[in-house]
Design a protein around this ligand. Structure first.
Ligand SMILES: [Fe+2]
Length: 275
């Protein structure tokens, strides 16, 4: 999740509580996949990663389950984006093909990175309509859990959003706002608003609460639990001051009264940030 960028372990160094920590083969895969991201230069053709049958299986299982849940819990704009991007369901997609699809739809690029991306670099790239994406996939022992953003989060969460021009424009405005947030405090407020909207935002649609945040839409468990969170009314000022914990389901979410209201308010906020 973008807001978690600074908490990521560098490249393939895994923390001790990572599900793949003691799995030598998994660590070797992480190293090899990180190398592809490391060798990539912005704007160059994206080199394919040869995913293993085990990795493809993780993608297949997770993407089938999420797809079912999206019909019940995702907002319309996300579903439209996902239908337009048309990700493969039986194998891990290559960033090369996701980039082609998304760029053809909204002019946004998806580019590989090895793992750790400093917060400013990650958000700054959005201002150039570029989303920096990891390519590794979560450990196969727990396909429905990941302690860090992986390709499932980046692509099923973010890339599907970026297939919709409304979201693509919001991401670009967010990137521009981050670049104007030159001091750390301003960047912190910006990151929190990004977190409670484009990562964990929810919106009322046809009297039902639906998710539009990539963090919720890529989380097998949390997508079914978010309606039980404390749902607060849309309040950008409050979002910007509220701390969050990336390691648990979000106990507090902010609901926009409508999708259009969210887009209008968030666009205005990003365009005028910092005030
Ligand atoms: Fe994210």
């Amino acid at each position: 999740m973008a807001g978690a960028q600074t908490h990521r372990p560098a490249a393939f160094e895994l923390p001790e509580d990572h599900p793949g920590f003691t799995d030598r083969a998994y660590r070797a895969r992480r190293a090899a996949i990180a190398e592809v991201g490391r060798a990539h230069r912005r704007g160059d053709p994206i080199t394919d990663v040869e995913y293993t049958p085990e990795e493809d299986e993780v993608w297949r299982v997770v993407s089938h389950e999420l797809r079912r849940k999206h019909e019940r819990y995702a907002c319309r704009a996300y579903l439209e984006g996902a239908r337009a991007v048309t990700l493969p369901t039986e194998r891990v997609p290559q960033l090369r093909e996701v980039d082609e699809r998304v760029h053809g739809l909204t002019g946004f690029h998806i580019e590989p990175v090895p793992g750790l991306v400093p917060t400013r670099e990650f958000y700054g790239a959005l201002s150039e309509r570029t989303f920096l994406s990891t390519q590794y996939i979560r450990h196969h022992s727990v396909p429905f859990y990941t302690p860090e953003p992986d390709i499932v989060h980046e692509i099923i969460g973010h890339a599907n959003m970026l297939g919709n021009p409304v979201f693509a424009d919001l991401y670009e405005l967010a990137g521009q706002a981050s670049q104007r947030a030159t001091d750390d405090e301003a960047l912190d407020v910006f990151s929190k608003v990004f977190w409670f909207t484009l990562e964990f935002g929810v919106v009322w649609e046809d009297e039902e609460l639906r998710a539009y945040g990539a963090g919720l839409l890529s989380s097998y468990g949390e997508i079914e639990e978010f309606r039980a969170a404390e749902i607060r009314p849309w309040d950008l000022e409050q979002m910007g001051t509220l701390d969050y914990d990336i390691t648990r389901y979000q106990p507090v979410l902010f609901a926009a009264s409508s999708f259009d209201r969210m887009v209008t308010d968030l666009s205005e906020f990003f365009a005028g940030y910092p005030a």
